[in-house]
Design a protein around this ligand. Structure first.
Ligand code: ADP
Ligand code: MG
Length: 307
């Protein structure tokens, strides 16, 4: 099977845990232990989020008083090197030496007129209390929004239209390489009026980018690994119900009823539905980082598929 795995940026730097390199590596290792179990007999493409990481890089950059913080597309590219490196090394330590790896930068085209640019929704960086977040918003000219019971900086998250480096990804897969790409949802780019490609200040949702990647690569399985084992309806309420199996029609109904939080679970379910409906036989799975193998074997997670 050809499998696209999307690792959550928040799953790699968990809420409430310190944003240290060691902690991130530890979570990467947990993910890689799972990925190593599904490696034999499958072609693997690993995509990942970078919300917490890109926000962290922005804050670190702000420590240089005379240097304006680098734009988000450049920070996105930096985050891809950092996370790709850790995955390559940790997974490399778990699979036979002969297995080739490559981390590819992926430029992704977005529509510069995407309404997302006027309505930032993608949480990045650490969580703050309401008061802290409001102070920072004023000081740094950020948009902020609630994320769970805390607040975070939010940035525009336009939809991915085209992944430019899709051919090198295919070539590497055909040669037996594990490919890490579309990190952070890919680097957001657009063509200006002179048809020059350039970066744009945004963070593409990695769930949507992974979905496009999976479609473009004609993958069989899209696995979204995150910080919860299953998708729930009435999440966090007394009537909460965890779902094992979800038909796309049912998922659409739950989306309409507002069961999934925008910017976190909603894009995952939307991406899963889009993938499952894109071609018969395609399945999506949403589960916990630690449960990938059990999930593929149908023992846990939420499986999204056509009727
Ligand atoms: P990632 O970095 O993996 O993309 P996110 O934080 O963006 O992770 O999204 C996963 C989070 O979505 C879960 O940890 C959970 O707190 C939250 N969530 C919101 N709505 C739901 C729901 N209906 N079912 C399960 N989890 C949900
Ligand atoms: Mg997310």
């Amino acid at each position: 099977m050809r499998i696209v795995i999307a690792l959550g940026g928040n799953a790699l730097l968990r809420r409430g845990e310190p944003l240290t390199a060691e902690n991130q590596r530890q979570n990467v290792r947990i993910a890689c232990e799972q990925i190593a179990k599904i490696y034999p007999n499958n072609e693997l493409v690993i995509a990942h989020g970078n919300g917490p990481q890109v926000g962290l890089l922005a804050l670190q950059g702000a420590a240089y008083k005379d240097v304006p913080t680098y734009p988000l597309d450049v920070l996105g590219a930096e985050s891809v090197g950092m996370i790709g490196y850790m995955i390559q090394q940790e997974l490399g330590n778990l699979v036979p030496f002969e297995v080739p790896f490559a981390t590819l930068l992926s430029q992704v085209e977005v529509d510069i007129n995407d309404p997302a640019f006027k309505n930032p929704t993608k949480p990045i960086g650490p969580v703050y209390t309401k008061e802290e977040a409001e102070r920072l918003a004023k000081e740094k000219n950020w948009s902020i929004a609630q994320d769970g019971d805390k607040y975070r900086r939010v940035v525009p998250s336009p939809l991915p239209k085209r992944i430019f480096e899709i051919r090198p990804v295919k070539w590497l897969l055909e040669k037996g390489s594990i490919v890490i790409c579309a990190g952070g949802g890919g680097i957001p780019t657009y063509y200006d009026e002179h048809h020059n490609l350039q970066g744009v200040e945004a963070v593409i949702d990695k769930d949507f980018a992974s979905e496009l990647l999976a479609e473009n690569l004609d993958a069989d399985f899209l696995i979204i690994l995150t910080a919860v084992e299953k998708v729930a309806i009435n999440f966090g309420k007394p009537e909460e119900k965890w779902l094992d199996d979800l038909e796309t029609e049912e998922a659409r109904k739950y989306i309409k009823e507002g069961h999934f939080a925008p910017g976190s679970m909603l894009p995952k379910v939307q991406a899963a539905v889009k993938f499952a409906e894109s071609k018969p036989g395609r399945t999506a799975l949403i589960t916990l980082l630690e449960k990938a193998k059990d999930g593929i074997q149908g023992k846990t997670g939420t499986h999204i598929h056509l009727a």
